[in-house]
Design a protein around this ligand. Sequence first.
Ligand code: KIV
Ligand code: ZN
Length: 510
Amino acid sequence: MANFVKIFDTTLRDGEQSPGCSMNLAEKLEVAHQLERLGVDVMEAGFAIASPGDFASVKSIAKNIKNTTVASLARALTKDIDAAADALKGAKYPRIHTFIATSDIHMQYKLKKTKEEVLATAVEMVKYAKKFCQDIEFSAEDASRSNPAFLYQIFEAVIAAGATVINVPDTVGYTSPEEFVTLIKGIRENVPSIHKADISVHCHNDLGLAVANSLAAARAGANQIECTINGIGERAGNAALEEIVMNLNTRKDLYGLDCRVNTKEIHKSSKLLSSITGVRVQPNKAVVGENAFAHESGIHQHGMLANKSTYEIMTPESIGLSENKMVLGKHSGRHAFEDKLKSMGYEMDPEALTTVFEQFKVLADKKKDVTDRDIEALVCRRVVQIPQAYKLDRFVINSGNTITTTSSMRLLSKTGHILEEVVSSYDGPIDASYKAIDKLVGKKFMLEDFVINSVTGGTDAQGEVNVKIRNNNRVYNGYGVSMDIVEASILAYISAINNMLYDQEEKKEV
Ligand code: KIV
Ligand code: ZN
């Protein structure tokens, strides 16, 4: 289909690889289900050979996702391809994505191979992968800095060997839209068998051009774009999915290209990812930033009141943002609450719904206006269900600016034990509480990051806390929300510890 571009999401592979964005199996599965709802054509579930955890998540996503192609990355090595093929066994639509570098600089210094050797390896590995599945993507790593004539030659050869997609990565984010257009046109004109394969592009954002380069390539004939939610990825990130899709959508007049993505799922996908990784998007980020649809200036507001199209090129509703208004109060019943969640696009199992509803009731009792943002914050807290090794039972803090803070902490362990500890600190209630939890859990964690935000305006706003703790060179995220910011901080710390313990259990099982 000439006027159609496929969206290949690599949030779970290239995105997850970036610092601070790692996810556990349950979280990856949750994101995979959301990507399926979003309607991406392909999701890259991971790099199966990279670790037992990666293998397990590719396998689990392959088994559970039925409407989307599931890909696993593999270097051009038989052991990588074996692992990818094995992990993808249960997939309805599997794809092996194999790659080798083609630029002189990579071939000479990283691979220490001649171009003839690289060409032979690429062909041999595509043929090898083809024994396991029909759908084979071949990437020429660092393509934008490769010799175009060599690229034409290797692409022709891998298509003959069975590649169904050839990918042109701008691995180091070096190219420009004009240059990339020339490269894509060159590939179309100089690779005789190109009509037998899709042309994919994969752009990094080192110079801030990943989206522009991807869109320019699509206009020049690329029919697959690789990207990530919120643009997460190594260094400056990958091309942002939401920006690509909303460009295609808003400027259909210019691009004349359709994609399958349901734009109404964009906001939810972005929120889900930030609440899982604890990596928030900047407020002025295109499409999904907090301010992306806020018109503060008087001139804009005046124009908007007269006619929305004066300053609005896309509507908040088109990305699934509902209006931030008071919706429910303390007398609202479970049905009304469930309906509200559905209208916001959240479907929950009855157990999770009960918990969130109880939290809503507690909140509605304390807070005058309960907004969509408040409800969303509660839902995010419940987003991924993992076993809770520890739960907060209660805490008491004695604090002030002239006394030493004391935190008296009580946790419930999954074995049903009540654990209690009292800790004093000169460094305030959060320090005292975290030290008390460390003592109860029997481990001292390094707090890598602590971010607190208010969910809405007003002194009665809920506080949202994201923490990152380090243990044995791995970083774990935790999230907590409460009208009491000390409680939100405690909940976030306990959730990070539960994530860590779940991850360790998961590893034992693999
Ligand atoms: O950036 C890159 O070159 C990659 C490839 C493995 C596709 O991520
Ligand atoms: Zn990449």
